[in-house]
Design a protein around this ligand. Structure first.
Ligand code: ADP
Ligand code: MG
Length: 542
């Protein structure tokens, strides 16, 4: 500004314009420089962005390729796995089919083997032995634990199992010793879940034999509380010692067998069969007739004796035989007899029977001709005879007094009556008293005496079977009333089935082993082929 002093206005204005011009020039060159720098920088950024994007896209391509390969490999893997799976499925299907075939073949072979075994049994006159293992029950545990606690504990205490339907497995364990497994084979083994129905289904064929002319005896053997009475009769209600018939599915062999016998009889011509029943108890080596009536008609047990007849057969003179028309009449009589059956509560089980019970059904069949199997062979004769004679037949045969000629109305009927024969077959159903270790059942006095009689009669039974097995000349039937009474059935005159009853508990091991031993020995007895019953009396001759 000092330089401006003294200058003219014009000059000052020119100086200002020149100054402005200079400033503008300076500013525009800075802007240009700045612009250039920005442009350069932008270019660089764009370039690096471009190369980054390029890199990214390449990377993306690489990664997607890798992924694609992986997906393809996975798909291929899945396809392979699918194929393998299909192969496996086909193989599994084939295996399943062949397993089914093998199982079917095995079942068929098993049936064949059973049939052959049965024929062998028939030929040899073997005693059939079935073994039933009852479930563990609350009274098995003396400590009185609750059922759920008990189940837990008792399960581990179970010693006898059905390994399969022919094998019993017993785990014998003693403190301080390793447990040893023992197996026993029988014709049939029932596990604790098998019902009365199943047990009876195996017994039923024997009843068909009964009507075909064979004697049959079914006997339950086992320690007290092992289920003999349950198997033979069914469950017994508390106050009533007889069986109740409320629960059909729970019925035992005796009620079912009587029903089956009458069902089979209903298939025969009317009047050609009739049934008599006797109920006998063997208590302290004495025989009691449980159907004998006093003078007022009241049933009471009368002591009877057993004798051997001249033909070498056992017989109980004066034994009451009631003629019955249907199964319920039998059950009524058996029930009456059971009310008299002597029982004594032992610690093992409150209703243990202390006597052997023998229910006998005697079936008398009228046979036309010589062959039992061709009974009423000729349908026409059968029908005519049914009409003309069936009502009087039974009476006539029973009385066996009058000659047939006096009653026969036609020559044909006379001839037919002459050819008639009477065949008696017998079904003995035996509920044996249990043998028990004295220390265990806690009995004394009279009960101890009972126990010793029971044990003696059961060892007499084992002795008789032993003597038959060894084919000794003398069989000691008369050592006990029980064996004397059952002589004909034991000695080969009957198809004999022993139903071994087993308590599964560890604490019953000794008794169970004893019973299994008895069953094993009984199975080995060969008595020779059981014969069909042939005529015992001819109507005309008698
Ligand atoms: P035993 O006649 O051998 O002395 P029981 O037949 O009286 O023995 O049976 C003893 C108890 O066990 C009874 O209460 C009976 O109901 C029960 N019992 C036996 N066997 C079976 C079974 N298979 N299923 C259910 N309960 C059974
Ligand atoms: Mg009993």
């Amino acid at each position: 500004y000092q330089g401006l002093a003294g200058r003219s206005t014009n000059e000052i204005l020119q100086l200002y314009a020149a100054h402005d011009q200079l400033m503008k020039l300076q500013r525009s060159s800075v802007v240009t420089q700045l612009h250039g720098a920005i442009k350069k920088r932008l270019k660089q950024d764009l370039k690096s962005l471009h190369s980054f994007a390029l890199e990214l896209s390449k990377d993306f391509q690489r990664q997607s390729k890798t992924c694609l390969y992986q997906v393809l490999a996975a798909v291929q893997g899945i396809q392979l796995q699918n194929e393998a799976m299909q192969m496996f499925q086909i193989k599994a299907f084939d295996l399943e089919q062949s397993l089914q075939e093998v199982t079917e073949r095995y079942e068929k072979e098993k049936q064949k083997r059973k049939a052959l075994h049965n024929s062998l049994i028939e030929l040899r006159g073997n005693i059939r032995v079935h073994c039933r293992i009852r479930p563990l029950l609350p009274f098995d545990d003396a400590a009185g634990l609750s059922v759920s606690q008990d189940r837990q504990r008792s399960f581990s205490e179970k010693a006898a199992y059905a390994a399969d339907d022919e094998t019993v497995l017993v785990k014998c364990s003693r403190p301080g010793h390793a447990s040893v497994n023992k197996t026993f084979q029988f014709e049939r083994v029932y596990n604790d879940l098998e019902s009365q129905d199943v047990v009876f289904a195996d017994v039923a064929p024997l009843l068909t034999s009964l009507l075909d002319g064979y004697n049959v005896c079914i006997m339950a053997y086992g320690q007290t509380g092992s289920g003999k009475t349950y198997t033979m009769l069914g469950p017994q209600s508390e106050g009533n010692l007889a069986f109740s018939i409320d629960e059909e599915s729970e019925l035992g062999i005796i009620p079912r067998a009587t029903q089956e016998v009458f069902r089979l009889i209903s298939e025969k011509p009317p009047g050609s069969c009739w049934v008599e029943v006797s109920v006998v108890e063997v208590y302290n080596n004495e025989i009691f007739d449980l159907l004998a009536k006093d003078s007022c008609g009241k049933v009471f047990g009368v002591k009877r004796d057993v004798i051997t007849t001249r033909e070498g057969r056992s017989n109980v003179p004066l034994l009451t035989h009631e003629t019955v028309e249907n199964a319920s009449e039998i059950l009524h009589l058996v029930n009456k007899g059971l009310q008299l059956r002597v029982t004594h509560p032992t610690l093992v089980h409150a209703h243990s029977s202390r006597s052997h019970l023998v229910v006998t059904l005697t079936i008398t069949t009228v046979v036309f001709g010589d062959n039992f199997g061709t009974l009423w062979e000729n349908e026409q004769t059968s029908q005519r005879l049914n009409k003309e004679a069936s009502c009087t037949l039974r009476q006539k045969m029973k009385e066996s007094k009058s000659t047939s000629s006096s009653r026969a109305s036609s020559p044909e009927q006379l001839e037919a009556t002459e050819k008639m024969k009477q065949v008696k077959t017998r079904l003995q159903l035996v509920d044996l008293a249990g043998s028990e270790c004295v220390g265990m059942s806690g009995v004394s006095g009279a009960a101890l005496r009972e126990t010793s009689f029971i044990n003696r009669s059961l060892s007499a039974l084992a002795d008789v079977l032993g003597a038959i097995a060894e084919q000794r000349a003398h069989i000691p039937y008369r050592n006990s009333k029980l064996t004397h009474l059952l002589q004909d059935s034991l000695g080969g005159d009957a198809k004999l089935l022993v139903m071994l009853c087993i308590s599964p508990g560890q604490k019953h091991l000794t008794e169970s082993m004893q019973s299994l031993g008895f069953g094993t020995r009984a199975r080995q007895v060969q008595r020779g082929q059981v014969k069909k019953k042939i005529s015992q009396c001819r109507v005309k001759e008698s």
